[in-house]
Design a protein around this ligand. Sequence first.
Ligand code: SF4
Ligand code: SF4
Length: 73
Amino acid sequence: MKKATFKTELCKGCGLCVTACPKHIVELDTKSINAKGYHPASCTDDDKCIACGMCAIICPDVVITVIKEDKDK
Ligand code: SF4
Ligand code: SF4
């Protein structure tokens, strides 16, 4: 299940989320360019994501939504 979802078209490639992620799994995708002309950030390994929310908190443009898996289910 995807935990960190990025609205790539809103990303301005500032890289704050890249430095904020404690698991070092957020990267700017240098192979693609979004509508704003930036390399958008994305999570490179969903399995390693701990849904801490740091990337979403630090993003100034509210690009990222983090879903915590419900462990009670
Ligand atoms: S929720 Fe935490 S572990 Fe997952 S991508 Fe964001 S900063 Fe990294
Ligand atoms: S912090 Fe937000 S705007 Fe900046 S690179 Fe990450 S997702 Fe894009």
